[in-house]
Write a protein that binds this ligand. Structure first.
Ligand code: UGA
Length: 443
């Protein structure tokens, strides 16, 4: 099948590459000329394991192409994916301007029937707005062409996006149109062979499913962080509690890791957007508000522990920081807990020596050159003469460090661990103060 995808961000590019990989002919459209020129040369604008190989191979085979020519994109295929960004507005609601611009362009240039697929994460009711935008353009052109709008949210995790797309848990399709369902089934057939992953529903339910999934996952994390805070005060160990509750299959072991707060481009934005949607329909969604509030506080947690440890005397101190990305296997620092921490340390007059296996360039892009941030080329180098080590991301290379080297290099033998990577007893034996999340204070 021939497919057009608008938006070569995270979702659009992964979707395009994976759909080309199974044999579809895909044209990706983006207004960013530099990005498109780079993609034509096989340059991938984001770090995602396996994506470069997929893009380069399919581009070479002629199944995946890139253009800034919107009209060509609309004319190219019957099936049109919209995968552009929906960044938060100032009030937390999703900004639909890019999405509705694409909808208008489709209405402006379409010549025959079109299936328009909303892949971006969009508030409930957006498909109706997309439909109205296309209809308005057609009316202006004095045309009546058949089209349908379908909601097909994505559930990719950064760092595992290719695998998630190739082996989906479910493929949610929101439409009540039989023909559209059949087309979606054909389109996704290659991903649907071992068992039927298609979940059909009405449009609004599909739109809400995406938010409900992310809000549920965010709730699990905030819940565990709340339990961790309670465990600290009660002299309990959240890691033991985690194993204890995870063994109940109704709860499960997944996504119950306490930490220094959730980040990324999805959970913070989507929880807020859902709160906003709720308030628009007169519901104040107290649980969603709490999930967000707990997370905001949790992101300040590492800083508070550091401040407490040094009795507020942080001016002139230097901290080693391991992990800048909001989670492992990505260079994405959007809403990353490391940022909240660094900014608080700088405000208090401290400096940071940071290392991340992938996000160094991103940190340089965000913060530029500054005396208070030294970007180091290895985890060990970051430790030199630092007044403690802080861990924000659980990259596997941080999991089994040589603690003697840490002891040797740090001026103050203390680790503030936002991801509970180590055995507190072991560190205590090594003579390292270990301050983790929701654990007894081993100092
Ligand atoms: C999330 C969802 O997991 C995907 O299913 C969804 O498709 C995606 O958002 C999206 O809407 O596009 P992602 O943001 O890539 O994916 O990352 P996650 O792996 O979910 O992690 C999010 C944050 O939660 C990270 O900061 C991570 O450290 C934190 N987390 C995760 C915890 O603190 N504890 C856990 O147990 C799990």
């Amino acid at each position: 099948m021939k497919l057009t995808i608008f938006g070569t961000g995270y979702v659009g590019l992964v979707t395009g590459a994976c759909l080309a990989e199974v044999g579809h002919d895909v044209l990706c459209v983006d207004v960013d000329e530099a990005k498109i020129a780079g993609l034509q040369q096989g340059e991938i604008p984001i770090y995602e394991p396996g994506l470069d190989v997929l893009v380069q191979r399919n581009h070479k085979l002629g199944r995946l192409d890139f253009t800034t020519d919107v009209r060509r994109g609309v004319e190219y295929a019957t099936v049109q994916f919209i995968a552009v960004g929906t960044p938060p507005d100032e009030d937390g609601s999703a900004d639909l301007q890019y999405l509705l611009t694409v909808a208008r362009e489709i209405g402006r240039y379409m010549t025959g029937n079109r299936l328009v697929i909303d892949k971006s994460t969009v508030p409930v009711g957006t498909a109706d707005k997309v439909r109205a935008a296309i209809s308005a353009q057609l009316a202006e052109r004095g045309l009546e062409l058949p089209f349908d709008v379908v909601s097909n949210p994505e559930f990719l995790k950064e760092g595992a996006a290719i695998d998630d797309f190739m082996k989906p848990d479910r493929i949610v399709v929101g439409t009540e149109n039989e023909q559209s369902r059949a087309l979606m089934k054909k389109l996704y057939a290659p991903f649907n062979r071992s068992s039927d992953r298609m979940v059909y529903m009405d449009l609004r339910s599909a739109e809400l499913t995406k938010y409900a999934a992310n809000a549920m996952l965010a709730t699990k994390i905030s819940f565990m962080n709340e339990m961790a805070n309670l465990a600290e005060r009660l002299g309990a160990d959240i890691e033991q509690v985690r194993r204890g509750i995870g063994s109940d299959p109704r709860i499960g072991y997944h996504f119950i890791y306490p930490g220094c707060g959730y980040g990324g481009s999805c959970f913070p934005k989507d929880v807020q957007a859902l709160e906003r949607t709720a308030s628009e329909v007169g519901y104040d969604a107290p649980l969603l508000q709490a999930v967000e509030r707990v997370n905001r506080k949790q992101k300040q947690k590492l800083y508070q522990r550091i401040e407490q440890y040094f009795a507020g005397d942080l001016a002139g101190k230097t901290f080693a920081l391991w992990g800048l990305a909001f989670k492992p296997k990505t260079d994405d620092m959007r809403e990353a807990p490391s940022r909240t921490l660094m900014e608080a340390l700088w405000d208090a007059g401290a400096c940071v020596r940071a290392y991340d296996p992938e996000a160094m360039e991103e940190a340089r892009r965000i913060y530029g050159e500054r005396d208070s941030l030294v970007l180091c080329s290895s985890a060990q180098e970051a430790l030199s003469a630092a007044d403690g080590l802080v861990i924000c991301t659980e990259w596997s290379e941080f999991r089994a460090p040589d603690f003697r080297v840490i002891l040797d290099r740090l001026s103050v033998p203390v680790i503030f661990d936002g991801r509970n990577l180590y055995d507190p007893e072991l560190l205590s034996e090594q003579g390292i103060d270990y301050i983790a999340i929701g654990r007894s204070n081993w100092s």
